[in-house]
Design a protein around this ligand. Sequence first.
Ligand code: IPE
Ligand code: IPE
Ligand code: MG
Length: 262
Amino acid sequence: MSQANTSSTLAVPAVGSIPRHVAIIMDGNGRWATKRFMPRVAGHSEGLEAVRKVVEECVRQNVQYLTLFAFSSENWRRPPEEVGFLTRLFLKSLKKEVARLAENNIRLKMIGDLSRFGTAITEMVEFSEEKTKDCNRLTLTIAANYGGRWDILQAMQKVLIGNPNLKATDLTESLLLPHLSMAYAPEPDLFIRTGGEQRVSNFLLWQLAYTELYFTDTLWPDFDATQLQKAFTWYAQRERRFGRTSAQLADELNVMPLSDAV
Ligand code: IPE
Ligand code: IPE
Ligand code: MG
């Protein structure tokens, strides 16, 4: 089976000590700014610096897929000035960074319902995805106007549109998988949420089924290469059983189960 379209509930995926796919909820920008008596939006600008650092470190560590939650389908509930600022910041940084992404062999992908952002963004995204489509050092996915429930629903709709006579009992995971927004990537191995909250906030609900979940109080603008390495060290110590027992896993790897190790 290729890396794309793998499903941790259909087959046990290969795991290594460095996560192949890291998915991050970049939270805490507003609080970072408020603590410094700055407007919340200053935290979003500063958060961009953290994005650069994390992308660089992922490349250095040979991570293959990095997925960043930039704007949730629920974030439209924020004050219009903040939403407007985020939209402009996104467009500006996309224009500024796309050439650099291509130079560094980074493929850019966007997931989410982008139509709501208007044509300036959809056209720029189309251009950027096209320009970086053959890059293969790292796939950087930005989730914008994304929601995990939306993702599952839109995939279901596509299955039904493609198979109008499908019987309910014939609906399988394999039919659904190609239509999920991240069908091109393996499921995330490591999820990171900065900013102290321990929730998933409608991020990749389907894809996180067997992902290791790492939460840190560090606010996103303060997150850097060292913080990422800390998360990777924590990840390397997880025993990813995917439903099996510790002993079965040890058998397979021919090592002592963690629970028996001293
Ligand atoms: C995350 O930081 C960025 C976005 C959701 C766009 P927040 O803006 O949620 O920051 P806090 O949680 O209010 O500190
Ligand atoms: C989640 O952060 C979404 C993004 C980081 C884009 P929020 O700050 O919006 O999440 P909640 O509302 O605290 O759950
Ligand atoms: Mg937040």
